[in-house]
Write a protein that binds this ligand. Structure first.
Ligand code: NAD
Length: 603
């Protein structure tokens, strides 16, 4: 790291303890940052542009604290004490006592440069100045001060009081002491700092925003509703929040600023903000903070969403009230999970395998899985016996003749599936519904192999099917909407969350999840951050239950590679090309946990 050649002074004149903090801009982030710092006993002064903006900033902070009191997470005395540590005004001279000043004005380079010139003019010579930018080059901001060696990025995540991560962004001239002081300060307010270089989007946003933008594209293009996209990522990928709700939380205008800045550096169309975003921002529908973004909220700042024209009526349970029997074709992992789910929901289930032992093996597997629930006292022995008693094994396809619904879960091979669909179409009652669990093949081609394409659709369960809540209900251009409604009611009846989407490779979840995983591998192979740092950033910055490398090791690197290849084939998006490192690891047999080694080593 080159040593600074300019700047005011040497490191011993840099503050070594942060006793007062200044904040410039008290919007979504400024208010959250003020709260978290004041909660840690440190006085805060914030500066806004106008008296009205100061009032709005204070109202934002007080509103957030009041909500904590209502939820009994703070006493009124604690609230008053925290609020008492925060003062706002319009005069930059108020920042004269601060040891650290954090800028949190809107994501526009010129605005931030101007703010830094003013901050620099008023700040103490030994003070550290930080920007909360999510995507702009910190260096381009730092050079607008007389102390670029005392400037760094201090990137909090939204909501700042809750999210643990802070990305500390060092430029090529940031003094080591500045990074050390910032790191200690971040830790002292209960955060986990990760030090990164000055690259747009840093770790978390560079991985998060193309994913969010892709989700916006799905909604904008009518592929799925915003509610379904959000539910898919929550229930199919275990994320704490759906991408569209998160876009509203980030702020649609802020989102556009961040994407523009990242796009400038990386020139990948996935970073080009979808046109709907600028439209919403221009209309003042900037998200949760305005009470209206993609969703409508009870009031500005509220997390409570109001139903709108996208909100689908619950499916009518009467549509499947007389369904009794479900056929499952296949004896693999997915088939077994689906058999268990359907039998537990009260259906008679016929499981068809090519060999009787395999089909009977499924029943044995379900018994074992249920026994674990009995052991944990989540099921009684009588219930278990009744559930298993509803399942029958067969090798005869003709035995499925009386099924209301057949779920195909055989090998991922189009010719095999088409042959099976053609046979099932001849055997089943005319009103029976046929479905496939394929995760990548065109469902319409299975449908066209039958004499009833309007009664065919996809039912994409997630592994382990007995546990994962989501089912993607995939309709083709030939699917009858009445059949879709019946299947929605069926999915409700088996206790799953159903979302509707069209017949494309990857559906909702895999199309959004896997390019993000592949991007993480590309970031790793560019040596910008380690696998541990990237995993930490996504867990603590975005609240993900697992980091991308931990997740790939569980899913399997070979599966990840295969899905990326299919997505690349479907969308021809150059940046969907699988990362060379991913290919190399697969070639080396490092397939993840199942092989004892993937990105991490398992003992
Ligand atoms: N929203 C997020 O999820 C998020 C997360 C991390 C970082 N950030 C970054 O934080 C920064 C602020 O974003 P935000 O979402 O809080 O924006 P915001 O629009 O909610 O707030 C910006 C605030 O800055 C004030 N302001 C504008 N010009 C000013 C000036 N010259 N002096 C003082 N105050 C001024 C505005 O009045 C407003 O209150 C951006 O750089 C953004 O990229 C945002």
């Amino acid at each position: 790291m080159p040593k600074p050649t300019k700047g005011i002074a040497v490191s011993d004149q840099i503050v070594d303890n942060i006793e007062q903090v200044g904040i410039v801009g008290c919007g979504t982030m400024g208010a959250g940052i003020a709260e978290v710092i004041a909660r840690n006993g440190i006085p805060v002064r914030f500066v806004e542009q106008t008296d009205e903006a100061v009032e709005a900033g204070l109202a934002r902070i007080h509103g957030a604290l009041d909500r904590q009191v209502r939820r009994e997470r703070l006493t009124t005395a604690e609230r008053d004490e925290i609020a008492g540590r925060i003062r706002g005004g319009t005069d930059m001279a108020d920042l004269g006592e601060a040891d650290l000043i954090v800028e949190a004005v809107p994501e526009l380079l010129a605005l931030k440069q101007q703010a830094f010139e003013q901050i620099d003019a008023h700040a103490r010579p030994n003070a550290i100045i930080a920007t909360n930018t999510s995507s702009l080059p910190v260096m381009d901001i730092a050079v607008h001060t007389r102390r670029p060696n005392r400037v760094l990025g201090f990137h909090f995540f939204n909501p700042a009081p809750i999210m643990k991560l802070i990305e500390l962004v060092r430029t090529v001239v940031t003094d080591d002491t500045v990074v050390d002081v910032a790191r200690r300060f971040a830790e002292s307010i209960g955060k986990v700092p990760v030090v990164v270089g000055d690259r747009r989007g840093f770790i978390a946003n560079q991985l998060l925003f193309p994913y969010l933008n892709q989700a916006v594209w799905m909604v904008e293009g009518g592929y799925a509703t915003k509610e379904d996209v959000d539910a898919a990522m929550r229930f199919g990928a275990g994320l704490p929040m759906g991408p569209i709700a998160l876009t509203d939380l980030v702020g649609v205008d802020t989102f556009v600023g961040i994407m523009d800045a990242i796009h400038d550096q990386f020139d990948d169309t996935r970073f080009a903000p979808r046109p709907i975003l600028a439209q919403l921002a221009d209309a003042g529908f900037t998200g949760r903070k305005a009470g209206q973004g993609f969703y409508s909220y009870e009031e500005p700042g509220s997390s409570r969403m109001l139903p709108d024209e996208d909100t689908r009526e619950p499916a009518d349970p009467g549509l499947v009230a007389d369904w009794r029997r479900v056929g499952v074709v296949g004896t693999g992992t997915m088939a077994a999970g689906i058999v268990e789910v359907c039998a537990r929901a009260g259906f008679e289930v016929l499981v068809r395998g090519r060999a009787l032992e395999r089909a009977e093996g499924v029943i044995a597997g379900v018994s074992k899985s249920l026994q674990r629930l009995v052991d944990k006292e989540r099921l009684t022995t009588d219930e278990m016996v009744a559930i298993v008693g509803r399942i029958r094994a067969t090798i005869e396809l003709d035995d499925l003749a009386d099924c209301d619904l057949v779920i195909e879960a055989v090998a991922e091979d189009l010719a095999i599936k088409q042959e099976l669909f053609a046979e099932l179409s001849r055997i089943l009652r005319p009103d029976a519904v046929l479905s496939t669990t394929t995760s990548s093949l065109p469902i319409v081609r299975c449908a066209m192999a039958t004499e009833r394409p309007e009664q065919v659709l996809g039912l994409h369960f997630f592994n382990p099917a007995a546990i994962m809540k989501l089912v993607e209900i995939v309709t083709t251009v030939r699917t009858d909407p009445a059949v879709t409604e019946q299947v929605r009611a069926f999915v409700d009846r088996i206790g799953k969350v159903g979302v509707l989407c069209g017949d494309r490779s990857g559906f909702i979840v895999n199309t959004l999840l896997f390019p993000y995983l592949n991007d993480a591998v590309k970031m790793l192979e560019s040596h910008y951050a380690t696998a541990e740092e990237i995993d930490t950033a996504m867990k603590l910055g975005c609240g993900y239950p697992m980091g991308p490398f931990e997740l790939m090791d569980v899913v399997g690197l070979d599966i990840t590679l295969a899905i990326m290849e299919r997505l690349k084939g479907e969308y021809r998006q150059p940046s969907y090309e699988a990362a060379p490192l991913l290919r190399n690891l697969v070639d080396a047999g490092f397939l993840g946990r199942k092989a004892g080694r993937g990105f991490y080593v398992y003992t």
